[in-house]
Write a protein that binds this ligand. Structure first.
Ligand code: TRP
Length: 335
């Protein structure tokens, strides 16, 4: 049996943080031998809502790739590449764009929420949202299908995007010919990590994230100022006590214990002492990763080689896929 193919992508808008790590990166290492995995630095997608800041998008390509390499992946099994270096993805996006209605895209819950979170750029009611952003699920469908991926690891918030992807692929297969497997979302089992301020998202602009590249001192300082509440017990009750629960969740993750055990561990400890312990445990959990990351970031040759190999591998797959697509769509002219 050939291995199932996974494609996963990171928007290159900032270095990756511990939310990305526990939600996604950890599985790239855990399942590296079980699947054939493609990891894509999604610079083209990042430009859809950062087109006015190309420097931010391009400078974070290497950050994202370095974060992935620091996992110590087996690069025989896993391929890392940059989205913009595969022009066939853009070509396939154009063909797929005929297979979904504009209304379907605009009403997509993920896209809708994201548009409403970007009022500065897209207007109060999303009236000035650009074509590229509304259409990112279409280009994401091309990312996934260009390597004929079977599985797409995503967080819950990306499920509606994968739904659109499946609809496009089914329609393509029906109208032209069954070229593609219909991809399935693979949901991470870890609960979502909130920002240190309790916000539902860790992000640079909110200044509430712990980055994988942070130093131990930075990590400790961030935990120290993380938002808590006026209670005194350390429990996991995300409905009623989101900030404390988030820290207890982190504690359970970095100690590789379940939430029940974590809570049992934390009776009779005050917030201050808990934060110190959590910071120390976090730092020891990530120590090896961070050492490796530092080494890799000083080894530009490894990064350059990895990306060259990745690009070459994906270009071969992409051209194979596009030959099938062009033939299915009757545009494989012999003249
Ligand atoms: N949209 C994804 C996110 O915001 C990133 C992404 C781009 C992606 N292309 C992808 C994820 C393809 C999975 C597959 O996290």
């Amino acid at each position: 049996m050939p291995k199932k193919i996974i494609l996963t992508g990171d928007r290159t808008t900032g270095p990756l943080h511990i939310g990305h790590y526990f939600g996604s990166l950890i599985n790239r290492k855990r399942y590296e031998n079980e699947y054939q995995t493609f990891i894509m630095a999604a610079d083209v997608q990042a430009l859809t809502d950062n087109y006015d800041n190309p420097e931010k998008v391009s400078s974070n390509v290497l950050e994202t790739v370095t974060d992935n390499l620091a996992l110590g992946l087996n690069l025989e099994e896993t391929t890392i590449f940059i989205q913009s270096q595969i022009p066939q993805i853009a070509e396939l996006t154009v063909f797929f764009s005929n297979l979904v209605s504009l209304n379907r895209l605009r009403r997509n819950p993920t896209v809708k929420t994201e548009i409403s979170q970007k009022k500065d750029m897209f207007g109060e009611d999303g009236e000035s949202v650009n074509f590229g952003f509304v259409g990112y699920p279409v280009s994401q469908t091309a990312d996934i299908t260009i390597v004929k991926a079977d599985l797409v690891p995503v967080g819950i918030d990306q499920l509606p995007v994968i739904e659109v992807c499946r609809e496009i692929v089914e329609k393509f297969n029906r109208i032209y010919s069954p070229v593609f497997p219909v991809p399935e979302a693979q949901l991470s089992e870890a609960p979502k990590i909130l920002g240190l301020d309790g916000n539902s998202k860790m992000s640079k602009s909110l200044n509430n994230a712990i980055y994988l590249k942070d130093t131990e001192e930075e990590t400790t300082a961030k935990i120290k100022t993380a938002k808590t509440d006026s209670g005194s017990t350390l429990v996991y009750d995300p409905e009623n006590r989101p900030e404390i629960s988030n820290l207890v969740l982190l504690y359970s993750l970095v100690n590789s214990i379940d939430l029940e055990l974590a809570q049992a561990d934390l009776v009779n400890i005050n917030y201050g002492a808990f934060k110190q312990k959590l910071a120390a445990d976090l730092n020891s959990y990530f120590r090896e990763f961070r050492e490796r990351r530092l080494e890799i970031s000083n080894n530009s040759q490894l990064i350059v080689e990895t990306l060259a190999v990745g690009r070459a591998r994906v270009l071969v797959e992409a051209e194979k896929t596009m030959n099938l697509v062009r033939s299915a769509m009757k545009i494989d002219y012999k003249f």
